[in-house]
Design a protein. Structure first.
Length: 321
């Protein structure tokens, strides 16, 4: 009998952990706050506690678990388990993998969260069975990953692929990364919130900004989706603009990578999927070459919030556990 896995999605605000069985079913889940402000040791301790709680809940011993797999934000050397840099947890050249192996007594494999999500969709989700895949996840930030010829592409120093920071307009709005006119600066949640605010300032009526996400001061994806469905003109116009710029970014990627399948996922996409997907598809012919576009199957994420958890299992298997 095969062993089970513990899979984790370690984010800047939440640590999600789950026990996954041999048939890739999620059996138990544990969620904790990351609290990176308390320091890296405290974060490590909570990751280890998540593993312990999962074992306890599932009534399992360490010997029942093949390995722990995790997706985390940042530039990560998966082979060595070292986080070279992370944008929202103060990890710099940080040996998270070796530290967690010591703390948990289990093999611990960690990869970039967005790449792990794409890996999940490729192995178990919407891109299963394909060899050339590109995925974009649109939420607070815009992330993406690329599978080339059945292999996740991460560049020469594990920093690939920052698809959300392709520059669509050199004189565009400033992005969190310091550049101007990135895809994220047009389609991330901060951009969406800025656009809504600007329309309201110019006289448009909308109650979209009444219930904000307190964590990052952006409009909630669910509220945006609800307003779009109710025909709120501000929400409809803003989503159309997001769809237009996403189509520009996706069109570039289709022309560059010629994928068989393109996956669109992430919090904003999931909440507004039935509206956003057709908008993107309507604008795509403006940007993608016809021959490329006819080759690609355009799909919504199948694993949704669990893409990173499934990807973590794929990551562990790819690394020999
Ligand atoms: Zn950027």
């Amino acid at each position: 009998m095969g062993k089970k896995h513990i899979v984790m999605d370690i984010g800047g605000s939440k640590i999600l952990g789950a026990v996954m069985d041999e048939d890739n079913r999620i059996l138990f889940r544990v969620k904790k706050k990351t609290r990176p402000d308390q320091g890296v040791e405290a974060v490590e301790k909570r990751i280890a506690e998540t593993v312990q709680e999962l074992l306890k809940q599932a009534g399992l011993q360490k010997s029942d678990i093949a390995a722990v797999g995790a997706g985390a934000p940042g530039v990560i050397d998966t082979e060595k388990g070292i986080i070279l840099f992370s944008p929202n947890i103060p990890w710099r050249d940080y040996p998270l993998g070796p530290n967690m192996e010591r703390a948990t007594g289990l093999p611990f494999v960690v990869g970039n969260d967005v790449n792990t999500g794409v890996l999940g969709e490729w192995k178990y989700g919407a891109a299963k069975g394909f060899s050339h895949v590109v995925g974009i996840f649109a939420g607070t930030g815009i992330g993406g990953g690329v599978i080339i010829d059945n292999k996740l592409f991460t560049g020469s120093r594990f920093a690939g692929t920052e698809l959300g920071h392709m520059i669509l307009n050199t004189e565009g709005p400033y992005c969190n990364c310091g550049q101007r006119g990135c895809l994220e600066a047009y389609t991330g949640k901060h951009a969406i919130t800025r656009e809504i605010r600007s329309m309201i300032v110019r006289g448009a009526k909308s109650n979209l900004l009444e219930s904000m996400d307190t964590e990052d001061a952006t409009v909630k994806s669910g509220a945006l989706a609800k307003a779009v469905k109710a025909g709120d003109p501000v929400a409809v116009a803003v989503l159309d603009r997001v769809g237009y710029y996403l189509a520009a970014g996706i069109g570039n990627l289709i022309n560059i990578f010629n994928p068989e399948v393109f996956i669109l996922g992430g919090g904003v996409t999931e909440a507004t999927e039935t509206e956003l997907m057709p908008i993107v598809q309507r604008y795509l012919p403006l940007f993608a070459w016809p021959a490329m576009l006819s080759d690609v199957s355009f799909r919504a994420s199948a694993l949704k919030d669990d893409a990173i958890l499934y990807g973590a299992k794929a990551l562990v298997l790819e690394n020999g556990h």
